[in-house]
Ligand binder design. Sequence first.
Ligand SMILES: *Cc1c(COP(=O)(O)O)cnc(C)c1O
Length: 378
Amino acid sequence: MKIDTKLVHGCRGFEPNTGAISFPIYQSATFRHPGPNQSTGYDYTRVKNPTREELENTLACLETGGHGFAFSSGMAAVATVMELFSHGDHIIVSDDLYGGTYRLFEEIGRKHGLEFTYSDTTDLRSVKESLKKNTKGIFIETPSNPMMKVTDIKGIIEIARNQGALSIIDNTFLTPLYQRPLELGADIVLHSGTKYLGGHNDTLAGFIVVDNGVLAEKIQLIQKSVGAILAPFDSWLILRGIKTLSVRMERLQTNALKIANWLKDCKDVEKVFYVGLPGHEGYEISKSQASGFGGMISFRVKSIESIERILSRVRIIAFAESLGGVESLITYPIAQTHTAIPKEMREKLGVDEKLLRLSVGIESAEDLILDLEQAMNG
Ligand SMILES: *Cc1c(COP(=O)(O)O)cnc(C)c1O
């Protein structure tokens, strides 16, 4: 079955008892047992809930892994993956990544005795040089946030395998529609479901998908013990969002390409970072491992005054953090999503005071361009 069909129908596509096409919201914390030592298969919602289960199976099916897990946020999913590691373990991490993930590693992971090296994972040599005896994981984001750097997923998987370390891929930006790391051999795929999977800027969610049964058992134990699970209603919202993922992605990608091309010729803009532009450094690798480029664009303006002007004058595009929804959002990474990253590290990457990040929505591209134009020029 093609992924476009899987997206619409989900794992089962309907509820077998009633035939309900929209999978019901099982808003129940607990479940009656028929008798001693008997269970319907559901005991308590922290452990298993039918609505969440349908969503978890849907994610597993989309990422072509055997096991999906849904969490209350993307960060809860990342934190769960970190529980797989022990005191003294070393993890190599993409140097350009979501600020909240960096904060979790530095503020919480380090406290638990984990060691992190931030490496330019687009350069496999630099990743190999960062390996240590105790390296137990390689964590990448590709394309990365906000510099849109593309990492060779297969190359990373090979390095991780040779080391006996887990390869972990945050697949938030491209979604299983465009990129499926498990098919390339990755151990763990992560998502902030808050973004494209939900798609409407209304629900927080996070996911882990794995294919390995032993790994799945460990994650399930952490999920039910820690309890950062996704609620039944939120599970339903994400299930509904996923149904339109394919049409949303197609539209916003078309919009993104038009906007990136317009920005490229804009007199106030110094540089545009969009993976779908043939001049982008990661364009070729992206084409070899993903079937789409997505809708995230970063751009550097020539003057700070432009930042002030754009952020205070955009009308259709909202100045807000987050991404992946039907509404276009513009973000100022140094003041919003990446405040946790130290200045020297940010500047080395290019995340500076002149960089803006645009999450392109499904509005008319023409209106979005007009909005940016009036904001820049007044
Ligand atoms: C937003 C985001 C996260 C965190 O997810 P939340 O749902 O906000 O907790 C992690 N990784 C990436 C790439 C993100 O964009």
